[in-house]
Design a protein around this ligand. Structure first.
Ligand SMILES: [Zn+2]
Length: 196
């Protein structure tokens, strides 16, 4: 479960957004970023923790994660809830966006479900995804949400979800989430940034 209200600073605008339906896509995530998530999950266990995935959408390929942003110094960790330090994260997102020449931006969030044996999204998680999609300034119509289920003993497994919101005539938009496969990119193949 994660609580987040998308930040609405102008720095979050631009980029992202594959407007085509991204069903056959897979994500690309560097091994060092996956390891940094596991390290953070272990450090905060049994409490939840999380952060932000940044990167870019490669047309016909999928989301490519190139940077990780941690929870931030004022994040709140609980057994079944997590609230990131959004002001801190927003500043890091803006910095990274500027430093990348406006190419790499917010792709979505990730957080842990300690001791969970599955990586299903909670009701709260789905609400957060709706909130991200419905916030125009976030410019993220297809946010990712990564759920790390597990614990330090058995290890952590990432379940990656891709959200979209379908508009149906006469009806409220419906949130659709699709589980997304991901490729592990060996370290050294691309520049990786970890802000924690
Ligand atoms: Zn959750």
């Amino acid at each position: 479960m994660a609580r987040r209200r998308p930040a609405t600073t102008p720095e979050l605008r631009v980029l992202n957004a594959s407007t085509e339906r991204p069903t056959d896509t897979a994500a690309w995530i560097p091994a060092s970023i996956l390891q940094a998530c596991r390290d953070e999950a272990n450090a905060k266990f049994p409490l939840e923790t999380g952060g932000v995935f940044m990167g870019y959408w490669c047309p016909g390929k999928g989301p490519v994660v190139t940077a990780l942003i941690g929870p931030g110094p004022a994040a709140v960790y609980e057994r079944r809830a997590f609230a990131p330090d959004q002001a801190w994260q927003t500043a890091r997102i803006a910095e990274h966006y500027q430093a990348s020449g406006h190419r790499k931006t917010y792709l979505g969030d990730w957080h842990t479900h300690p001791s969970a044996r599955h990586g299903e999204l909670s009701h709260t998680d789905r609400g957060v995804l709706c909130c991200i999609i419905d916030t125009p300034a976030a410019r993220c119509p297809n946010p990712l949400m990564g759920i790390w289920a597990g614990d330090p003993e058995v290890g952590w497994r990432l379940h990656l979800w891709l959200a979209t919101r379908r508009r149906r005539r006469w009806f409220r938009p419906v949130l659709t989430v699709t589980q997304l496969a991901f490729h592990i990119v060996p370290d050294g193949e691309r520049n990786v940034a970890i802000h924690s």
